[in-house]
Design a protein around this ligand. Structure first.
Ligand code: HEC
Ligand code: HEC
Length: 325
């Protein structure tokens, strides 16, 4: 009986060729998201719960409208979980799982090795348009405790599947913000509003956060944020929007996601100072960073909207030349 089951299993494995796309592969059977409710109510369990609350209700604890002025670290009323969906536990919803063993890591953006605290502060100062949290603050310790809890059982250095926002094929043409506007009006404005400002839970109390978060305007992420780059926002939208969409059943087509992403990143948002200091090694600057300087001679516009293939080819040539010299 055991032998038969094993034979059937082997047959199944053969009949099911591994997909080239990481996206359609089955969930990693060796790892699943741990349950916070299973933790004891001791000091460690309480710190982890506090970290979860900081992720899902950031605006209520460290937002710009909290009563205690000393705690106003974030510059907008977003929650980390507006982008790190389901409290950082959604596959291709930029999950916060399995990160403990991936840090410290080299960051081309910073031009040096960064810790998990540095990475959190990168989102604090860009996505949250705010100030860095002191490394020894109770809030930072809670964020790290929660993120490390989400790595329970993952092996050091192992990249769990589902990290990031997904990876669909790119368009051969430049993404088109004009066409994207029509997509926006039909598929996004019902929740995010025609003016991109989103919907607060309570119009008079911004520290209650958003029902539907803003995508641009003064209370949004700034122009140095990951969500302000086309490849990230297009994939995030394709695999996650309208909110509640699973990557297994996308509802916004790939073409629409590229164009609507182009429209959203073209809108006004807070500006971050000194962006020209990011990516000191310009040959390792991602192709879709929408601000210069660049090493490759392509326009800011092409870096913003694509097509990215020709830029990658030029960078590969420059890197080969650099090796020769
Ligand atoms: C506006 C959207 C947005 C918000 C809000 C946001 N982040 Fe992020 N975050 C991103 C993006 C985009 C990335 C890069 C994902 C990638 O590398 O594909 C990222 C990456 C990260 C990473 C590294 C993940 C990895 O896979 O390496 C951490 C840790 C993180 N964010 C923590 C936070 C915390 C904590 C908050 C709240 C204080 C926050 N973020 C708020 C968009 C956001
Ligand atoms: C049914 C309502 C709904 C629709 C329709 C919808 N969204 Fe969202 N969107 C949300 C909600 C709610 C969140 C925050 C998710 C959370 O906090 O759990 C979100 C988050 C986002 C984010 C990350 C957070 C931020 O502030 O930037 C982006 C980007 C985004 N949506 C873009 C879009 C785009 C583009 C469309 C249209 C193709 C779209 N959404 C359609 C409800 C919606």
């Amino acid at each position: 009986m055991r032998g038969l089951a094993a034979a059937l299993l082997a047959l199944f494995a053969i009949g099911h060729p591994a997909s080239a796309q990481d996206l359609s592969s089955p969930a990693d059977p060796a790892w699943s998201v741990p349950q916070i409710g299973a933790l004891p109510y001791d000091a460690a369990g309480m710190l982890i719960r506090r970290g979860r609350d900081l992720v899902t209700a950031t605006y209520a604890h460290i937002g710009p409208a909290v009563p205690d002025e000393a705690k106003r670290y974030a510059g907008n009323n977003l929650a980390c979980s507006n982008c790190h969906l389901n409290a950082g536990t959604k596959k291709f919803g930029i999950p916060l799982w399995g990160l403990e063993g991936l840090f410290p890591q080299y960051s081309f953006e910073a031009g040096k090795e960064i810790s998990i605290q540095d990475r959190i502060n990168s989102c604090m100062t860009r996505s949250m348009n705010g100030k860095p949290l002191p490394v020894d603050s109770e809030e930072m310790q809670a964020f790290v405790a929660y993120i490390n809890f989400l790595s329970t059982g993952a092996k050091r250095g192992e990249k769990l599947s589902g990290l990031g926002a997904g990876k669909m094929p790119e368009l051969k043409r430049a993404a088109d913000p004009v066409r994207g506007k029509t997509v926006y009006e039909k598929s996004c404005a019902p929740c995010h509003q025609a003016d991109g400002r989103g919907v607060l839970r309570n119009r008079n109390l911004p520290n209650f956060g958003y029902l539907n978060p803003p995508l641009w305007g003064p209370d949004s992420f700034n122009d140095g944020a990951g969500m302000a780059t086309l490849i990230t926002i297009a994939n995030f939208v394709h695999f996650n929007m309208p909110n509640g969409t699973s990557y297994t059943l996308p509802r916004v087509s790939q073409q629409d996601a590229w164009d609507v992403g182009a429209y959203v990143i073209s809108q006004p948002r807070p500006k971050r100072a000194d962006l020209n200091k990011d990516f000191p090694d310009r040959l390792n600057k991602p192709v879709d960073i929408p601000y210069g300087p660049y090493a490759d001679g392509f326009s800011q516009k092409q870096h913003m909207y694509g097509p990215f293939g020709p830029i990658r080819a030029a960078i590969a040539k420059l890197k080969a030349q650099q090796k020769k010299n």
